[in-house]
Design a protein around this ligand. Structure first.
Ligand SMILES: O=c1[nH]c(=O)c2nc[nH]c2[nH]1
Ligand SMILES: [Zn+2]
Length: 430
């Protein structure tokens, strides 16, 4: 069935960090959807002429965006959001890991998985790279919940074998066996993909990192994700644990884990050699601005990443982050760069790009999602201002599409995700 969505349409088919006029917008636009894919995009009158028999869904109140892409979010941590006053290692020990340990209970894991995928969708996220659980069963529940609603996720069973808490520790042998089973069962099934996911070098022995390497060698199309350079105490401890390493990235690189399929979360405190190596390997960073602020990790050195040509997308990093909204992450990235010594002066176009196409690209999905380019999956979000809100006032008095986006990101708390389509099918939001 072919149908048309009519409304204000904005997307970033080009990279605004490199090219002018990266934003494309249609104030009365149409996006035709056929067989779950974008069939046509343009002014509504033109699209309607191309598909005269297609029913039209009127989305003229508000704006249509490509489904957003969260490049770093933790499935077990929804209920940790808002734990104030901790730095990273205290936050993990006192608030996060105790909850993660409870996911050995499959019933709780199933409940959290359903809650998690619903909250991603309600915030307009249609693709995500997800940190799973330390438990195999709970991670299987995550894949199951995503599949049930048609959400595109890349995820994996988190592995650690030291320095967390005993319930969360595995052994290299156990981790290999459990991950193999999950890879066989879920990797490449529909829209599901598997990511090898050591929690961070601090909690992974060399033998466990070797297991990660073996898995990637045995399955070259797997993804890889972990944390890096988030907090100065963490960095110091990692240096002590790997005395042979000259920097944090080397603890992964020694085991072949720095590739174009790798996404490292945070990288708030990188050294120049690490940035050079990330660029050389075409590895990418999940930039998590609200988490960096909330846990007090520091300000992301965006200009340094740009200078080195290191790619990055946005991550909500729930539960260190302050919620699932990538609109809010965009605003927080903007504000953090305003505070930074040598910050990048981001425009609303940069923010939209970071929340959509940039994320798609670093997940290797740049040809499949992230914009309304014909042929891509029809993952679409319709956002409307809450009636009577400041955002509604702004939307009634717009001068330009940049103004629309600027107020959407700034007043994101008054933007309601009205509907979400996943491959052209309306997704359940309740
Ligand atoms: O922000 C973070 N959240 C986590 O859960 C975590 N684990 C290791 N390092 C981490 N950083
Ligand atoms: Zn994280």
């Amino acid at each position: 069935m072919t149908f048309i969505l009519r409304g204000s349409i904005v997307h970033t088919p080009k990279n605004p960090f490199r090219e002018a006029e990266a934003l494309q917008a249609f104030s009365d636009g149409g996006v035709a959807i056929a067989e779950g894919k974008i069939a046509a995009l343009g002014p509504f009158a033109e699209v309607a002429r191309q598909y005269p028999a297609a029913p039209v869904q009127d989305c003229r109140e508000g704006v249509l965006l490509p489904g957003m892409v969260d490049t770093h979010v933790h499935y077990p941590q929804t209920r940790v959001i808002g734990a104030m006053g901790y730095s990273l290692l205290e936050w993990l020990e006192q608030r996060t890991l105790p909850l993660e340990a409870r996911l050995s209970d499959n019933k709780l894991a199933r409940e959290l998985a359903r809650e998690f995928v619903r909250l991603l969708l309600r915030n307009g996220t249609t693709t995500a790279l997800v940190f799973g659980s330390h438990f195999q069963g709970a991670t299987a529940n995550l894949f199951g919940a995503a599949e049930d609603v048609g959400l595109r996720i890349i995820a994996g069973q988190v592995c650690s074998d030291r320095l967390l808490r005993p319930e969360l520790h595995t052994t290299p042998e156990q981790s290999y066996a459990e991950q193999k089973m999950l890879i066989r069962r879920f990797h490449g099934r529909g829209k599901l993909r598997y990511a090898v996911t050591p929690r961070f070098a601090l909690s992974a022995s060399e033998a466990l990192l070797e297991v990660c390497q073996t898995l990637l060698q045995e399955h070259p199309d797997l993804h890889f994700t972990t944390h890096i350079n988030e907090n100065t105490d963490e960095i110091r401890k990692v240096a002590e644990l790997f005395p042979w390493s000259s920097h944090y990235l080397q603890t992964y690189d020694r085991f072949g884990l720095v590739t174009k399929h790798s996404v490292f979360a945070h990288n708030v405190h990188p050294t120049e050699p690490e940035l050079a190596r990330l660029a050389e390997a075409k590895a990418a960073i999940a930039h998590c601005p609200s988490s960096n602020a909330f846990i007090g990790s520091g300000i992301f050195p965006m200009r340094q990443h740009l200078r080195h040509g290191v790619r990055f997308g946005l991550g909500s990093d729930v539960g260190g982050g302050t919620g699932f909204s990538l609109l809010k992450e965009g605003l927080t990235a903007y504000i953090a760069q305003r505070y930074a010594q040598d910050g990048v002066n981001l425009t609303p176009t940069h923010l939209l790009y970071l929340a959509t196409q940039a994320g798609a690209e670093i997940l290797g999905l740049g040809e499949e999602v992230g914009s309304f380019a014909p042929g891509k999956a029809a993952d679409v979000v319709w956002v409307r201002p809450e009636p009577g809100s400041t955002l509604e006032v702004h939307f009634r008095h717009l001068n330009s599409v940049e103004d629309l986006l600027g107020s959407l990101f700034t007043l994101h708390g008054e933007a309601k995700v009205q509907k979400v389509w996943l491959e052209g099918r309306e997704a359940p939001l309740d």
